[in-house]
Design a protein around this ligand. Structure first.
Ligand code: GLC
Length: 644
């Protein structure tokens, strides 16, 4: 039983506490429930012998932070706790967007809420809206503040009004907490640069190359082309600063407990704006240790759990999303394992599924997909995924070489094939993507491009090839049909719902041209949206297909995530089949064809969804036809079968 379940019991036993006194009592109850864990986690990171003063400061800070939380949000916290695992509901469907590219600013976004409602989206991930340096700023992931609103998006008042509207409409908001680093313009960085020793200890700063060289013996490079190495020489201080990502992103030194305490304050100020889910950016990198990769360290897990345990007593309705795009077996640990079991993040990106779906598209085979999914440890009951196809970042091929070898492919050649397939090195490939951060030293690279362009729509339109256009549309719909049914919160990347193509305008921008991820950060095409209802175009076909799938998802409890997924792989290698199971015979069997040729599946491979069950396809509403005991699938066809 994790701590969240204890807090749910506490909430259920305290009927409608509305007075300040009742709420304070609840806070005290929650504090005493988590206190010993907080103490253990804190002293595991910061030894008791030297850090009791900091711990006492933390204990004083907690009630002060609770006092700052607006009463409406305190009441919502209680409501959320009573609801239990609200984030696993089939009712949630998300969209990720850049506010400036989508609607210019926050006021603009408020005027677009009807668009989300039309599609069925009720969960928004807004890319960073906090102040950032004017030049390069990694799309806002270089932060000058954790809770102010950058002028380009409007004001804090605009944000507060928006969050209130979202709450009224039962919509949810996710914002980033860029926990690993600040920009070099952040007030702490500026003080450090001015020579203040207190703030120099907030970062990893060294007078010469001795320690940086020692670190770099094992630290991998994240952006080898634009920001090689892991340290940057700062001319003002005449010292070296750790900058694992870009040179203007300074890594915070969490081995200093003052950094944790100050960041907790920033976190609470952020969630008090009305945030429901906090995306913990780059959390795998939060603890550094000489001689290691400084990723996924046990101390990073303890630190995340410490944040979680503190947040849980102040704002228990808020949950964490782990942005850990790491090896499959490491991702799962961010739900908490061992000492922190169940007490880290509630949600994580299903980066494994995402990358392997792209593998299946390129190879037209699902064997590697199955191999990896079968070998993934089961996630905890109370956890869920973000299921996604594309996001603002590149597609990393983070799956294990071992399984590539086991399916009989050569891992190195296979990875090269995927890069070639998606990044325009193979003539016959329909994909039009770009390479991101190719490292000639290792041959590693990542893939970027919009969903539609990677799935062949851009090339097909250029060639004016109707059949290929239709095939690309089918692929786009099938891929979305998977994330909408697989389990977890489906997160549609804004623009994909109308088949947005690559946007090459970034090449003309000096602050963006080195970062090919911008090719997939398109401006929303409102002109196209205006004609969705009146014109039949590829945009409208995709939009209305997604709208329909979302509608069906919300009508079926079985799509809520309760670890009710069974993979079926006793059939041909081009097909992906899984069941969302239910106790009351209301399961759904998802069947999709990753091949450009038709496939036939023997009904024996469909388990209880064979002809005797007279399955109906929820998507078309039609009874399923079997030909000689086989289910026939057109290229890239998707079925959601239910028994009748
Ligand atoms: C995360 C973000 C990515 C950013 C990086 C550094 O991975 O998704 O866009 O570049 O963190 O903040």
């Amino acid at each position: 039983m994790n701590q969240a379940s204890l807090h749910q019991i506490i909430a259920l036993e305290n009927q409608d506490p509305t007075k300040a006194n009742d709420l304070n009592k609840l806070f005290e109850l929650r504090l005493s429930t988590n206190l010993s864990l907080i103490k253990d986690l804190f002293f595991s990171l910061y030894p008791e012998e030297t850090h009791t003063t900091s711990f006492k400061r933390l204990l004083k800070q907690l009630p002060a932070l609770f006092k700052e939380r607006p009463i409406s949000l305190k009441l919502q916290d209680i409501h959320r706790l009573k609801q239990g695992d609200w984030y696993q509901s089939e009712q949630l469907v998300g969209m990720q967007l850049y506010v400036d590219h989508f609607s210019k600013d926050l006021m603009g976004l408020e005027s677009k809420l009807g668009y989300f409602e039309k599609l069925g989206v009720n969960f928004l991930h807004l890319m960073p809206i906090t102040p950032r340096p004017n030049g390069e700023n990694d799309g806002g992931y270089a932060v000058n503040s954790y809770y102010e609103v950058d002028k380009r998006f409007g004001t804090k008042k605009d944000l507060l009004r928006l969050t209130e509207k979202l709450r009224d409409k039962n919509m949810y908001l996710m914002l980033d907490f860029v926990a690993n680093h600040t920009s070099n313009e952040f007030p702490w960085a500026k003080k450090a640069m001015a020579g203040d020793p207190k703030y120099q200890e907030y970062y990893y700063i060294y007078p010469d190359r001795t320690i940086p060289d020692a670190f770099e013996e094992t630290l991998p490079e994240i952006f080898p082309m634009t920001s090689p190495g892991n340290f940057t020489f700062n001319t003002e201080m005449q010292q070296w600063v750790m900058t694992v990502f870009n040179q203007y992103q300074w890594d915070l030194n969490y081995s200093n407990p003052e950094v944790f305490i100050a960041m907790l304050d920033n976190l609470l100020k952020l969630v008090n704006l009305g945030v429901d889910v906090v995306r913990l950016d780059a959390l795998a990198f939060m603890w550094k240790k000489l001689g290691t990769l400084s990723q996924n360290l046990p101390e990073a897990h303890a630190l995340i759990s410490l944040f979680r345990m503190c947040l849980q007593i102040i704002a228990p309705g808020v949950v964490f999303l782990a942005e850990a795009i790491v090896a499959p077996n490491e991702i799962i640990k961010y739900f908490g394992s061992g000492a922190t079991k169940g007490n880290e993040c509630e949600i994580a990106y299903n980066a494994t599924l995402m990358a392997l779906l792209w593998d299946a598209i390129a190879t037209k085979k699902t064997i590697l997909l199955y191999k990896n999914l079968h070998n993934l440890p089961k996630k905890p009951e109370e956890a869920t995924w973000i299921s996604y196809i594309r996001c603002h970042d590149d597609i990393g091929l983070g799956f294990d070489d071992r399984y590539i070898d086991e399916v009989g492919w050569d891992a190195k050649n296979h990875r090269k094939f995927l890069l070639d397939y998606y990044c325009q090195n193979i003539d016959w490939s329909p994909a039009k993507g770009e390479i991101f951060m190719y490292n000639p030293k290792t041959g590693d690279g990542r893939i970027t491009g919009s969903c539609a362009s990677l799935l062949g729509l851009e090339k097909a339109l250029e060639q004016n090839d109707k059949a290929k256009i239709n095939q690309a549309i089918d692929k786009i719909i099938m891929m979305h049909g998977i994330i909408l049914s697989y389990g977890g919160i489906p997160l549609i990347y804004a623009g994909d719902e109308i088949g947005a193509l690559n946007d090459y305008s970034y090449i003309k921008d000096i602050n963006k041209k080195e970062d090919s991820r911008w090719v997939n950060r398109p401006y929303q095409d409102w002109e196209t949206v205006a004609h969705l209802d009146s014109k039949k175009t590829y945009h409208s076909i995709i939009f209305f297909a997604l709208q329909e799938l979302i509608l069906i998802r919300k009508q079926k409890r079985v799509f809520a995530d309760s670890n009710n997924l069974i993979l079926y792989d006793d059939h041909n290698p081009h097909v992906f089949i899984y069941e969302r199971t239910s106790d009351n015979n209301e399961g759904v069997l998802v069947v999709c064809n990753f091949s450009e040729s038709p496939q036939a599946i023997a009904e024996i491979s469909l388990g209880p969804y064979g002809s005797l069950a007279k399955p109906k396809d929820l998507i078309t509403g039609n009874a399923t036809k079997f030909v000689k005991g086989k289910l026939e699938l057109k290229p890239y066809q998707l079925f959601w079968l239910s028994k009748t």
